[in-house]
Ligand binder design. Structure first.
Ligand code: TNX
Length: 473
């Protein structure tokens, strides 16, 4: 029980009380717990039954566990998992999986765990625009992150180098805009059906998808597809370079055709998205005149609201003075941003993705084979050792919606690159989002993290063996 990541709120190990799972062990389920019970039984390759030693229950959980937490108790005679919701049970199952040895007899450490999250939003972002990743790649990523109690997958679906989601009213977005990527490869896109399936797959792992359409900048793929979105009516050529030069493209904010486009795209996106949030980008708009930016963002936030959703934008969105309920996603390297602090004081919840702490596309060290370094080298300790509750001046813990780790894909060509950049850093960031501040401690964390390497290997995750982690013990 002392190897869990993220660290639980309370753990009371009782080593003499361990439980041995055998082929005869049954998962006891009722009608209301059958979905999670089936998931657990499948994971452990056990059968379910009306009676059994491993029980799941939606009654009698400690009220402290809230909507996402759980209570797990392991004794010599069985394992009992209690929660108030299916999501709570799912999170408890992830803990239970970590209590099982990777191989050998399936002895589960005895004791009690009481657990619930620190922040509501514990996210990972995958950029499928710069390099396209297939539905299978994304499913695999979902399975990887769900184990660490990450509950949001933000998909960066469009950028200068590619448009990755079918929009039925605007087919050239994917026919033309989806047909390439960084380096000039063939790119790709998700049909609406594939996208719905992905959203449903994530939901089965209790993960909400937040789709991002990056507007009005980062839009070269759209402009290439539809010249009427530009101010001069001339379609620019496709952009396939790695492009640290960002912010050069913009939708024409003075034309009504732009707003018809935005309305159609966000309308279709809202219909595909069960979650509350649509991400509208709004970052790095150096090619958009300020007045046009403010007008565009206000209208676009309004469109999102008319479709019953709330807008998230990179924190530049605050320049447009968006209404309460709009979530700014902070991504700078500074720990002092007066505009973000002022928004927090006005009641906005802030999503934290500080580039110098959680950008998973940064190199670990100067020797890393891939990645940027503009926000610094980020080894495991750099991403772990900071406090989201006091990181930004004037943004107290209660104003923090959560923590999200972006994985930009300019340098990521294969799924093994996702593995390399996300592991072991993403579990460290997941712990910042879930675990209470008083469990935080580098020495204990690195010891716990080290024990996860055999799990990753068993799952085929090609992680980076950082020299900061004592892997051998
Ligand atoms: C900045 S963060 C960007 C992305 C790049 C990333 C590379 C943000 C809102 N914009 O467009 O991919 O840096 O690290």
């Amino acid at each position: 029980m002392t190897c869990l990541v993220p660290a639980p709120v309370h753990v009371r190990p009782s080593p003499d009380d361990s439980f041995l799972i055998t082929a005869e062990t049954r998962v006891r389920v009722s009608r209301e717990t059958s979905r999670i019970g089936d998931h657990l039984a499948e994971t452990l390759q056990l059968a379910t039954a009306a009676d059994g030693e491993i029980s799941l229950s939606l009654h009698g959980a400690d009220p402290r566990v809230g909507d996402e937490g759980y209570r797990l108790s392991v004794t010599r005679t069985g394992i009992a998992l209690k929660a108030n919701t299916e999501t709570g049970l799912f999170n408890g199952v992830q803990t239970l999986r970590q209590l099982l040895p990777v191989d050998g007899p399936r002895v589960v450490d005895g004791g009690e765990v009481l657990d619930h999250p620190r922040f509501a939003h514990r996210g990972a972002m995958l950029d499928v625009a710069r390099h396209f990743f297939t539905v299978d790649d994304v499913r695999r990523f979902i399975d990887q992150i769900a184990q660490y109690k990450i509950n949001v997958l933000h998909l960066h679906l469009t950028d200068d180098q590619g448009w990755r989601l079918e929009i039925t009213g605007w087919p050239r977005l994917t026919e033309v805009g989806g047909a390439t990527q960084v380096g000039g490869g063939p790119g790709g896109f998700y049909t609406q059906r594939e996208f719905r399936d992905l959203v449903a797959y994530a939901a089965s792992r209790h993960i909400t998808v937040i789709p991002e359409i990056d507007l009005p900048g980062h839009s070269n793929a759209a402009l290439t597809s539809y010249p009427e979105l530009t101010c001069d009516g001339v379609a620019p050529p496709p952009f396939t370079s790695i492009g640290t030069a960002t912010g050069f493209s913009s939708l024409c904010t003075d034309q009504e055709s732009t707003y018809r486009f935005t309305e159609d795209v966000l309308g279709e996106l809202a219909a595909l998205t069960p979650g509350r949030h649509l991400h509208i980008g709004t970052d790095e708009t150096h090619a958009t005149p300020e007045e046009g930016y403010v007008k565009f963002v206000r209208r676009t936030v309004d469109i999102v609201r008319q479709h019953g959703k709330q807008a998230i934008g990179w924190h530049e969105i605050l320049r447009a003075g968006p209404p309460e309920g709009t979530v700014p996603q902070f991504w700078s390297k500074t720990d002092d941003d007066p505009r973000v602090a002022e928004a927090a004081a006005r009641g906005h919840r802030i999503l934290l993705s500080p580039a110098n702490k959680v950008y998973l596309d940064m190199k670990y060290t100067p020797d890393s084979p891939i990645g940027f370094k503009w926000a610094g080298y980020l080894d495991v300790r750099d991403v772990y050792d900071w406090d989201p509750g006091s990181h930004l001046d004037g943004v107290p813990e209660h104003a923090v919606l959560g923590v999200e780790a972006p994985l930009w894909s300019e340098h990521l060509e294969h799924r093994s690159h996702i593995d390399h950049m996300a592991f072991p850093r993403l579990p460290a960031i997941a712990e910042l989002g879930w675990s209470p501040g008083q469990t935080h401690g580098w020495d204990d964390f690195r010891r716990r993290l080290a024990t996860h390497a055999p799990r990753w290997t068993a799952q085929g995750i090609e992680f980076y063996p950082s020299t900061q982690i004592p892997w051998a013990i």
